[in-house]
Design a protein around this ligand. Structure first.
Ligand code: C2E
Ligand code: MG
Ligand code: MG
Ligand code: MG
Length: 292
């Protein structure tokens, strides 16, 4: 019996590897197409200040609309694009697209909303990124304060000298920098003293643990206190429940982002919600949309 079970297990394992290879092949084929950009789209997830519930900005999150009209999330294809260096081209596309969008919204509606974009570690090696950032700032209708660069905590652990130069560059252009997924992975918080970050994005696993155990809550409380002490903002990522929102409000977290208040959505939907709520979205921005 044990032997036949073992065989079954092996068969299942084998199957999942095949599926992964298939997925990978599909992504590689996609990235090999000269015109893959036309299947990319940015979704936007709203960010709010608490406790007043004002819309303060959004995070641009890339989506690949596959030929079967399926919406593919970025985790896998971003990783492969990093390996093939295509992340550089994609990153510049994201930057231009997101900047155009925030110029449109802020000038049309007289807002000062902030657009967050994600930057991969690899992109920090690319001079093209900095050239593109420079180009963007030449656009007269654009205010650099409208852009926030999200960098994952792991990158923040990279060569300190190089990073401080890169961050100084972002800052000298007038853009803000957020540490993404703060509190995940293995890291040291000592790097925080070297750079002028503007915001910590508290990672979803911490937000989840906050309501399931006391230690989780204390850790989030300590992070918020740390941020306040060094004079930067905190935003909670992946907030899904009212209970989490209540605890974050109690702990003095300044901002939140999560499915509770809005999923990532296409630009036209984001705009429609903005218009129907006048940017005061807590009550009305529900979980009505079903996008990823
Ligand atoms: P991230 O930057 O940490 O983005 C937040 C992720 O959490 C997004 O996943 C978002 O859809 C998801 N999320 C937000 N609120 C909730 C929630 O309440 N519950 C749950 N379960 N999830 C929530 P997404 O869009 O799949 O993106 C995954 C990651 O891919 C991003 O993590 C980011 O690291 C990367 N990524 C996305 N877009 C880009 C891009 O344009 N360039 C680069 N380099 N990376 C990107
Ligand atoms: Mg992010
Ligand atoms: Mg994150
Ligand atoms: Mg991330």
């Amino acid at each position: 019996h044990a032997k036949s079970q073992g065989t079954n297990k092996f068969a299942m394992f084998d199957f999942s590897i095949n599926k992964r290879t298939q997925k990978r092949n599909e992504i590689e084929l996609f990235l090999q197409k000269g015109d893959f950009f036309k299947d990319l789209k940015l979704f936007y997830q709203p960010q709010f200040s608490i406790p007043d519930g004002k819309l303060i900005g959004m995070e641009a999150l890339i989506r690949w609309i596959s030929n079967k009209n399926k919406i593919m999330t970025p985790v896998e294809f971003i990783q492969i694009a990093e390996e093939t260096d295509q992340i550089n081209e994609i990153g510049i596309w994201v930057l231009k697209e997101a900047v155009e969008q925030i110029i449109d919204w802020n000038t049309t509606y007289g807002q000062n909303l902030k657009m967050g974009i994600n930057i991969s570690p690899k992109q920090l090696d690319s001079t093209n990124l900095f050239k593109a950032l420079n180009d963007v700032t030449q656009e007269s209708r654009f205010d650099p304060q409208w852009l926030d660069i999200e960098i994952t905590e792991n990158i923040a652990m990279d060569s300190e000298y190089r990073l401080s130069q890169i961050f100084n560059l972002f800052k000298s252009i007038g853009m803000s920098v957020s540490v993404d997924d703060f509190g995940t992975g293995y890291s040291s918080i000592s790097y925080l003293k070297h750079y002028t970050f503007d915001r910590l994005k508290i990672a979803k696993p911490l937000i989840d643990s906050m309501v399931t155990n006391q230690a989780g809550k204390q850790i989030v409380q300590a992070i918020i206190l740390l941020a306040k002490t060094i004079g930067i903002n905190t935003i909670a990522e992946g907030v899904e429940t009212q209970e989490q929102l209540d605890v974050l409000t109690e702990l003095g977290c300044e901002q939140i982002q999560g499915f509770l208040l809005g999923k990532p959505m296409p630009a036209d939907e984001f705009e429609a919600l903005f218009l129907s709520t006048q940017g005061e979205a807590f009550q009305s921005l529900g979980t009505t949309n079903t996008h990823l």
